[in-house]
Design a protein around this ligand. Structure first.
Ligand code: FES
Length: 576
């Protein structure tokens, strides 16, 4: 059957009763029960994922967004049908939101495939939701448009602009160091999240919003308007209308998410000083379409991509300032020579064509020109060495330059419980030039690779004014965090990676310049330790945890489930 002969709208994917005519008859009868007419049912059907939840204030504008998207769809002659999927609010999910990302992607994929729709509007925002939706939609293969919920506004604390969550960490660090009192930490708690919407710095949510636009999956300029603005609602209305257009033109997601689109997204990730988490998410999304991410090539790309966006945690501004400075079109214009301008977007036009229509540049100080970057190289560097044969990463743009070439003594924590029990102990044998090592927070370790790689500084050092130390783990960290922090050490300790064999007092060498992370212990000694203390891989008796532990992949494969990636590899990205 050619594509144009395939059933559309309510005729798609009929429920299996053994009689197609009856299936359609029954489906129509039920939806008419909701008050719809035959005229409405003849329109292109546009599904809308409703990811509102009382546990997800980052999606707190969902009712308004749904209304605007539905308006856009109807203005363009389509029939909107909203439906719920899982929603994941970052700070409300235990053990970590990442544990549920793949579940949300499966929910999204299966609902897109099971229910009749010609295109879908994916509404996501909080950290793991946009990656989960793009992973699911990539596997479902429908025409799809991504709508971002938008960032929260900034607050003000005693005359200082504050926003989640770089400032959450900064103030908490000051509280731990006893620089501020309980009253002040309580006061600032009221100011850090002054509205609904996603975190206001260049954390994972903002990074994934920018990446979704760089991939060509949103309306132009759709990444940055804050959640509570009229601009965000207009983006929502435009998204609805665009979804009808992609349904009619049958612009399936695989035509947009190409190698070139992924390369553009990686370029943007590096230029915005974006969240390290985005590498894992991009790897998983690309994997759904048969593309492997080449971390070495990404590192080479990083060496020639300056950080241009001056947002926390790498810089000083917030998402609302990025939006006021022109948002993604302004950044993409600055990056033009480094982008594939012929990459197709959901508008049906190429990225280059869209940039031709973008508003003209104006004077601002948030998105820098390439000859005046805030950091000369890309925000993220890829490390290798005997401690991380499968790679590790560091967000160099948010690290202390003085620690990027450093050798020190390992102070080892065997897991999160051990960390919680000892990090603030006055008896902890630790100095400012030591290297903190945290094991068992990788994909299988915790499980779910929690954002615990931002190991808090030992209280006794914090009190002495220590602001940063080299920290190493197989986990992730929030995109809003800062410090000289080596993450995603692969393979992880819970499956017997070299990290499992590190002991107190071992020497570790970090050289960001050489892209190296080395344990100064011989192979023979490591083998002896592995034999002496063999690792037992985590497993579970039942349920989602059993599926997770049995099938989750390592960071270099996107922490996706092995059976969800495309069966065949079509290529590697980036090609640089
Ligand atoms: Fe939802 Fe930060 S907690 S985006």
């Amino acid at each position: 059957m050619s594509q144009s002969d395939q059933p559309t709208g309510m005729r798609k994917g009929l429920t299996n009763y053994g009689d197609a005519g009856f299936s359609l008859f029954l489906r129509k009868a039920f939806i008419k029960g909701a008050g719809l007419t035959d005229n409405a049912l003849d329109r292109p059907v546009i599904g809308i994922t409703d990811t509102g939840s009382g546990y997800n204030p980052c999606h707190g504008n969902m009712p308004q967004l749904l209304e605007a998207v539905q308006r856009g769809i109807m203005l363009a002659g389509g029939l909107p049908v909203k439906f719920p999927t899982i929603s994941i609010g970052e700070s409300f999910a235990a053990p970590t939101s990442m544990y549920l990302r793949n579940l949300m992607s499966m929910d999204t994929e299966e609902m897109l495939k099971a229910q009749p729709m010609d295109a879908v509007v994916l509404i996501g925002g909080c950290d793991k939701t946009v990656p989960a939706q793009l992973m699911g939609a990539a596997s479902a293969g429908l025409p799809a448009v991504q709508l971002i919920t938008g960032s929260m506004l900034t607050g003000s604390h005693r005359g200082e602009t504050v926003g989640a969550c770089t400032d959450c960490r900064r103030y908490w660090g000051r509280f731990r160091a006893e620089e501020i009192d309980p009253q002040e930490i309580s006061d600032v708690n009221n100011q850090l999240v002054p509205s609904v919407g996603t975190c206001s710095v260049m954390g994972t949510a903002s990074t994934m919003a920018c990446i979704a636009e760089a991939l060509g999956m949103t309306v132009p300029g759709g990444a940055s308007p804050p959640a509570v603005t009229s601009a965000r609602m207009r983006v929502a209305e435009q998204t609805g209308a665009l979804a009808v257009q992609v349904a009619k033109s049958r612009l399936t997601i695989d035509k947009v998410l190409t190698e070139k689109a992924f390369e553009n997204a990686m370029r943007v990730l590096l230029a915005i000083g974006g969240s390290t988490n985005a590498i894992v998410h991009l790897t998983a999304i690309a994997g759904r379409l048969g593309f492997e991410v080449d971390l070495q090539a990404l590192d080479r790309m990083g060496r020639e991509t300056p950080v241009l966006v001056d947002l926390k945690p790498s810089g000083q501004h917030y998402m609302e300032h990025f939006d006021a400075a022109g948002g993604m079109p302004a950044l993409l214009r600055e990056l033009k020579p480094l982008l594939h301008l012929d990459a197709l977007t959901v508008t049906g036009r190429t990225l280059g064509e869209e940039l031709e229509c973008a508003a003209p540049p104006f004077k601002q100080d948030v998105i820098r020109p390439r000859d005046n970057p805030i950091y000369p190289q890309g925000g993220i560097a890829v490390l290798r060495g005997n401690l991380a044969p499968g790679g590790a990463i560091i967000k160099q743009s948010a690290a202390d330059p003085k620690l990027m070439e450093h050798e020190g003594r390992a102070v080892v924590f065997e897991g999160l419980e051990d960390l919680a029990n000892r990090i603030d102990s006055e008896d902890l044998d630790v100095r400012a030039d030591d290297i903190l090592v945290l094991k068992n927070i990788g994909p299988k370790g915790a499980p779910g690779m929690p954002e615990a790689g931002y190991i808090p500084l030992p209280r006794k050092l914090a009190r002495q004014g220590v602001k940063d130390m080299v920290r190493i783990s197989d986990g992730r960290m929030s995109g809003t965090a800062f410090g000289t922090i080596v993450l995603h050490v692969t393979p992880e300790s819970a499956i017997g990676g070299p990290l499992a064999q590190v002991r107190n007092g071992d020497r570790i060498r970090l050289s960001v310049n050489q892209r190296e992370i080395s344990l100064e212990v011989s192979d023979e000694e490591l083998a002896r330790r592995a034999k002496e203390q063999p690792v037992r891989e985590p497993a579970a008796e039942r349920g989602y945890r059993k599926l997770f532990l049995a099938t989750v992949t390592q960071a270099d494969k996107g922490v996706d489930f092995d059976f969800l990636a495309a069966p065949d590899v079509r290529g590697r990205v980036p090609k640089a």
